[in-house]
Ligand binder design. Structure first.
Ligand SMILES: O=P(O)(O)OC[C@@H](O)[C@@H](O)c1c[nH]c2ccccc12
Length: 262
């Protein structure tokens, strides 16, 4: 555990709930859809490689989006999303593992399980193509990475600082997300990705996470080396009838038309 600044109270509360969650029975064994391949295929197709996130609510969002998660997910894929992320944290993000299963059955793109997983047994209980591992919360990151891979998962290791990036790379992470939101103040700063990504080895798949809302943000993160862009709030805004357009606006950020129009 990396103790820089104290965590925000909301994050402490999320972690306490994560520690208390019942351990799922059994053990999953996944045949994953490749996230790096899906991101690369989108980029080769001229689409900005967006991972669109089904996030009904969050500690930094007002209210909740009650639209059907499967309808939202389909709308995101229709808008060109290369992959999806589904919150499964129940108490603070309105997620569930059942939602993830239904979404993964409904789409063909890779699906990331977004949750606060602290121990290997918590990886069980639901299949996903990718699991999120947050470096700051894991005392034994290499152990969690190994446990994830033993079950067939790909792992997206989330970092916020250069020190955490080194930790992730040393642990053998090959997909790294840089969260622009800091877990101490819950504030977003897009410089974070630029600063941290500059230090990443070339063979790591890099994902820029949080706070991306405009085509300019997408182009900025791509210029700084992002292979993927994780976007929740800006895509969820307006509900299901808006989601396809919200997604398309970002996936088309790199086409000539969009650039000349803005
Ligand atoms: O809604 P945003 O700002 O587009 O962010 C999406 C995603 O990065 C964010 O939900 C997130 C990043 N890391 C997390 C860890 C747990 C829960 C959520 C997250």
């Amino acid at each position: 555990m990396d103790n820089e600044q104290p965590l925000a109270p909301a994050v402490e509360s999320i972690l306490a709930a994560a520690r208390d969650r019942p351990v799922p029975e059994g053990r999953v064994s996944v045949t994953p859809r490749s996230l790096p391949d899906a991101l690369a295929a989108a980029a080769a197709d001229g689409r900005a490689p967006v991972i669109a996130e089904v996030k009904p609510t969050s500690p930094t969002t007002d209210g909740a989006n009650d639209d059907d998660p499967v309808a939202l997910a389909r709308a995101m894929v229709e808008g060109g999303a290369a992959a999806l992320s589904v919150l499964t944290e129940p108490e603070h993000f309105g997620g569930s593992v059942g939602t993830l299963t239904r979404v993964r059955e409904a789409v063909e793109v890779p699906v990331l399980r977004k949750d606060f997983l602290l121990a290997p047994e918590q990886l069980d209980g639901v299949e996903a193509d990718v699991v999120l591992l947050i470096a700051r919360f894991l005392d034994d990151l290499p152990g969690m990475l190994e446990a994830a891979r033993e079950r067939g998962f790909q792992a997206l290791v989330e970092v916020h600082t250069r020190a955490e990036l080194r930790e992730a790379v040393d642990a053998g992470a090959d997909i790294v997300g840089v969260n622009n939101r800091d877990l101490a103040r819950l504030e977003v700063d897009l410089d974070t990705f630029e600063r941290v990504a500059a230090e990443a080895p070339d063979d790591v798949t890099l994902v820029a996470e949080s706070g991306l809302s405009t085509p300019d943000d997408v182009r900025r993160m791509r210029a700084a080396g992002a292979d993927g862009l994780l976007v929740g709030t800006a895509i969820m805004a307006g509900g299901v009838e808006q989601v396809t357009a919200n997604t398309r606006r970002l996936t088309e950020a790199e086409t000539t038309d969009t650039e000349t129009n803005e």
